[in-house]
Ligand binder design. Structure first.
Ligand SMILES: Cc1cc2nc3c(=O)[nH]c(=O)nc-3n(C[C@H](O)[C@H](O)[C@H](O)COP(=O)(O)O)c2cc1C
Length: 211
């Protein structure tokens, strides 16, 4: 399946067969997460692979009983890593060293980050979460192309999941991703048509128009 086909084929899967998923496939999915882009290449994520029935049951409870978490043979828990995110300067220097970005860009980033840090309401967790979500989406697409189904799950008691996995304060749960073989392939879910989401530039009139 090429990338465009994979994007069209992916669905949120909420009914899984009990069949185990081969370790090699799980590794390929995790690799897709690892290779995701991130701001200043901070890669502020960790992925925990949960397979035991007991742990899945506990995660299911923590996710308000969403049954696909109990049913899927594998649940990947995506974690945001605050310590990794704090290493953005080191990561940006690395990018300069390999010639991916220029020194000027790093200096600009440093200036902007400093300014933003001074502003109230700046929350690094928001950025960490945004980066993790990109990695999770990479994994959902990789899983699809390998014939596996997944579902994003963010409706969960975060503190409960953190407690179950005995997480230190420096990492926190972003999402659960149950993964396995789908019982069926659901029809596409509704989407706005392209002409309601994508527009040619209109610098004259701007964005004042109503829905
Ligand atoms: C950030 C995010 C959080 C989501 N959380 C949940 C969830 O907790 N439970 C669930 O059943 N689906 C969840 N979903 C799946 C959405 O309901 C689903 O993507 C949407 O209905 C479109 O369906 P599709 O993924 O099959 O195209 C989530 C999706 C995203 C992107």
């Amino acid at each position: 399946m090429d990338t465009i086909e994979t994007i069209h084929h992916r669905r949120s899967i909420r009914n899984f067969k009990p069949d185990e998923v081969e370790s090699g496939l799980i590794t390929q999915v995790l690799e897709a997460g690892r290779l995701a882009p991130s701001s200043t290449n901070t890669q502020p994520w960790k992925f925990v692979v949960v397979r035991s029935a007991d742990a899945r049951e506990a995660l299911c409870e923590a996710a308000y009983g969403q049954k696909m978490i109990r049913q899927a043979p594998v649940v990947v828990v995506a974690l945001g890593d605050r310590k990794r995110f704090r290493k953005w300067l080191r990561r940006s220097k690395e990018l300069v060293d390999i010639g991916a970005v220029s020194d000027d860009v790093v200096n600009k980033v440093r200036e902007v980050y400093k300014d933003r840090a001074k502003m109230s309401g700046e929350d690094p967790d928001r950025k960490i979460t945004a980066n993790c979500m990109i990695a999770i989406d990479h994994m959902t697409l990789a899983a699809t192309s390998l014939g596996l189904g997944t579902c994003w799950v963010m409706l969960m008691k975060v503190d409960e999941v953190a407690r179950l996995l005995r997480l230190p304060d420096s990492v926190y749960p972003v999402a659960l991703m149950p993964m396995g073989y789908a019982i069926d392939h659901p029809s596409p879910r509704p989407r706005y048509p392209l002409d309601e989401v994508a527009f040619d530039e209109d610098l004259e009139h701007g964005w004042g128009r109503e829905e």
